[in-house]
Structures are given as C-alpha cells and as structure tokens.
Design a protein around this ligand. Structure first.
Ligand code: ZN
Length: 503
C-alpha cells in the first residue's frame, strides 16, 4: 500500500508542477506581459490546462485510488494519508464526470466571452454580449447535469467553489442575514453621509505602497516567501508554499484602493504560507473553499484593518507618512471615512454593511437563470429592479449594472458569488473564536502586535488547508454548524458605535 501511495503522490506532484507553471504564466499575463504576448499566452495556458486535466483523469489514478481507499478507511479520518486519498478521490470523481470535449468547449467559450466583455463593458453594450451569455448559461446547465441527483441545478456549481454547500442551505443563511442587514442599512443611511474627502487627496504611489508593505510585514506576510506587484484587478496566486504572490493597484487620489487591497490579498497569502509544508504539491494544499479563503482575507482587511484598535496604533504613522494630507485630519474623521456606509452600485466598492446585499442579488439571479424562471434578455431589468428594491438606487447604465463583474463573462453562471458572503460570515466567526481563546488580541492589535492572532489562525485553520471541508473546519473550531450570529453581533457593535444607533 505504501508503494501505491507513493506512486499516487508522485503522479500528483507532476500535475501540481504543471499547474504551478500555469500559475506563473497567469501571474505574468496579469502583471508584466506586453500586449503582444496575449495570443500565444492564451494558447500556452490552454495547452498546460489540457495536459494537467489529462494527467489527473488518467484511469491509472482511478485504479490507485480504488486500491488505496480501503486502506485509507482503516486509518484515522484526520491522518494525512487518509485525508490525501479522500480529498484526491473527491476531486477525481468531479473531474472525470465532465466530458473533456464539453470542458474544452466551455473554456474556449469563456476565453472568447471574456475578450468580448472587455470591450462590451466600456461600450455599455449588453445587447452585443447577450447571446454569448445565453451560451454560458447553457454550458453551466450542461456542466451541472454531469452531476445528476442534485436537489437544485445550482448545487453542483456551488459545490465546486464551496464544497458541501447547496442552494437551499445558502438561501436559508442569506435570508437570515438579510433580515438583520436591511434594518441596519436603513438606520445608517437615514443619517448624514460620512465625509471621506480626506481619502481623496493626492497620495504619492511609492509612499502608499511602502505603508501597505509595513503593515503586512507586521501582520506576518513573509517577503522571503512572497512578493507584491502591480496589476489591474488585485489577486493572490501561489507557485509553491515558498512562493506566494500578491498584487495591488494604486490610485493617487484614493487611499482605500492600494491599502485595503493589500491587506485583503495578504490575508489570502498568509493562509497559503501557513499550510503544513508536508502537503506541498498535493491536493491537500489546493484550498478548502472560496468561503474559507475569503474569510481569511476579510479578517485581516476588515476585522483587523478597519478596526478602531488597529488605527489607534497606525493612524499616527499614517499621518507621519502623509503629513500634508492628514496632519489636520482627526483620527475619528479618518476612521469614519474608511468605514463609510452608503448605497452604491458597484460591489467591489461597497462597504462592510451593504456588501452582502450586492452578493445576494447576484446569487438570487444566478439561481433564477439556472432554474429558467429568468431569461438572459431580461437580466438587465431584473438586475436594476433588484438594486432599486434592495439598495434603493437604480443603475443608470449596464456599465454600473449587470456588466460590472467579470465572473459570468469568463466562467460559469452559478456558484460564482456566494463565497464572498460566506467568507464575511466566517471571518467574524473565526475572529470571535480567536478572541475567546486569547482575550488580549484587541489590546495586542492596538500595540501593532499580530503574532497571537496569526498564531491562532495558523494553528486552527491555515495548517490544515483542504484536509477539512468548510463545514468540518467550523464544527471542529466552534462545535456547531455555521451561524451568522457572531457576524451580526460584530456589525451591530461596530456600526452601532460608529453611527450612534440605539442598541
Ligand atoms: Zn478575496
């Protein structure tokens, strides 16, 4: 058995190497590649993607898994060997169910649609991309139908991103959250808008980047095992556990942009840097779920990086870095500015309170499209009326409406958005547990010390990566299934104080 296990690991390592090469090419494409490289790069990425898929769906992997599964089931559930075989088997069974022809057609369609979208968006041309989106919906249904026996057609697609979650369970969770969020948004937006003009002075790029690097170094981002570069849409990528890259973008007249995208992506990266080194090159180091990953970026971005104790420490440093812009701005004004709540049209610009309403609109529309109760041609109108009813604001065009997010124009319709809100919910759940274990964490943050929090996250979350599903991880940490309670308590405490709302 040990010999077969080693053979499986050798094969998985080879696949991992191909995927890492793909990641390097993808990172380069989004950072330094000249425009002339685009066509060849697309072909190279698709060749490597096909090679990796062929190697992973090789029947030899299936035979090894068949032979090893009884052995794995005789071992403790959370042993590394049993976990590696269990997780690989789960991924393998998903991979072999989708016919390679369908997958190739879907990828080619996704790449072509993405190219069209980069033009359709600035030109506000939904009509021009509508037929492509209808084709994407058709592919999404075909992919879901490769997994018969689902309760809801979105279930297989949700499961790709957030394993173990279903349309029904997410709907239930979102309905509870919505019931709590809507009155909070109403109470806050009934008050005068916070003045955030201090964030829109001119802030030189190099100083912005240096300040972000200072913070994430203190967080525990290890520059010996990572780096930061500039891009158009910030992301994190990993080539190995010793080489984790983050990207950011800088706007000279918007202090939010580089600062908070840096804290966010560093949260993703620190998770990857904290994975058990023994999992290197195996599916155990390929990530738990989009929700758990997002919980770690949101935790460092919002629960730490937009908190009062954090800025008690960092605001004097920020003022010293930008004396002309901030010397005469009181800390409270700055704190209100970075936590300004407002009814907005763009998801990625949304504040902590309204953000989840943006996600729920997209999630509900995905379900309606997949169910067939909404047609693509009616999508812009459905989008706009949901913004009007949920956020009290109607998009003036599809550019700040249905054309704004890349997800449906390069991937599938279904499963694309719920992870963001699941991540928000989990970020508060995990932070709450860390503070229960170490009540001095807020006082430490106030001193600019993050080691205790980082250590708790490594110990309880990072090291395991894909060994446990999101639901298993939450049960292990809290002893209960996922609940919105800590998140609601967090939002009401923070914004109740900020906006002096009645308790
Ligand atoms: Zn993220």
């Amino acid at each position: 058995m040990e010999k077969k296990y080693e053979e499986l690991k050798t094969r998985l390592l080879e696949i991992n190497d191909i995927n890492a090469a793909t990641a390097v090419l993808g990172w380069d494409q989004s950072t330094y590649m000249p425009p002339g490289g685009a066509a060849a790069r697309g072909r190279q990425l698709s060749t490597l993607g096909r090679l990796s898929h062929e190697k992973f769906t090789d029947p030899a992997i299936g035979h090894l898994l068949d032979d090893l599964t009884p052995w794995a089931e005789s071992l403790p559930y959370d042993s590394d060997e049993a976990s590696l075989i269990r997780v690989t088997r789960r991924n393998y069974e998903k991979a072999i169910k989708v016919p390679p022809m369908l997958l190739a057609a879907m990828y080619a369609h996704g790449a072509a649609t993405y190219q069209k979208w980069t033009k359709a968006r600035p030109e506000n041309d939904f009509a021009g991309i509508q037929d492509d989106l209808a084709q994407t919906l058709d592919y999404s249904r075909q992919i879901a139908d490769c997994f018969p026996g689902y309760d809801h057609i979105a279930d297989p697609l949700i499961d790709f991103a957030d394993q173990g979650m279903k349309a029904a369970s997410v709907r239930q969770l979102f309905a509870e959250l919505r019931e709590q969020l809507v009155p909070l948004v109403q109470a806050i937006t009934a008050q005068p808008l916070a003045d955030d003009s201090c964030l829109h002075e001119s802030y030189p790029e190099d100083e912005q980047l240096a300040f972000g690097r200072e913070i994430i170094t203190a967080y525990g981002f290890d520059f010996a095992r990572g780096r930061q570069d500039k891009t158009h849409h910030p992301f994190m990528t990993k080539f190995s556990l010793g080489d984790v890259r983050i990207t950011t973008r800088v706007q000279e007249n918007n202090l939010n942009e580089a600062l908070f995208s840096t804290l966010h992506e560093a949260g993703h990266a620190m998770y990857e840097m904290g994975i058990n080194p023994a999992y290197e090159g195996t599916p155990l180091a390929e990530g738990t779920s989009s929700g758990v990953h997002e919980s770690q970026s949101r935790l460092w971005e919002n629960l730490v990086g937009r908190s009062r104790p954090f800025w008690n420490h960092y605001y004097p440093k920020l003022q010293a870095a930008f004396p002309d812009q901030l010397e005469n701005v009181p800390q409270e004004t700055f704190y209100q500015a970075i936590n300004k709540v407002f009814r907005s049209l763009i998801r990625t610009d949304a504040d902590e309170v309204t953000y989840n309403l943006h996600v729920m609109i997209r999630f509900d529309l995905e379900l309606a499209l997949l169910e067939g109760t909404l047609e693509i041609k009616d999508l812009p109108e459905a989008w706009n009326s949901r913004y009007e009813s949920d956020l009290g604001i109607r998009p003036s065009s599809d550019v700040n409406g249905v054309l704004q997010d890349v997800h449906w124009y390069g991937g599938l319709i279904g499963g694309a958005f719920q992870g963001y809100t699941l991540g928000n919910i989990m970020s508060a759940l995990f932070f709450d547990q860390a503070v229960q274990a170490h009540p001095d964490i807020p006082a430490q943050i106030e001193l600019g010390e993050f080691g205790i929090l980082h250590g708790w996250l490594k110990e309880n979350i990072y090291q395991y990566d894909a060994k446990y599903t999101a639901n298993e991880l939450i049960e292990r940490i809290t002893g209960e299934p996922l609940t919105i309670d800590p998140y609601i308590r967090y939002l009401y405490a923070k914004f109740g104080d900020l906006y002096e709302l009645p308790a």
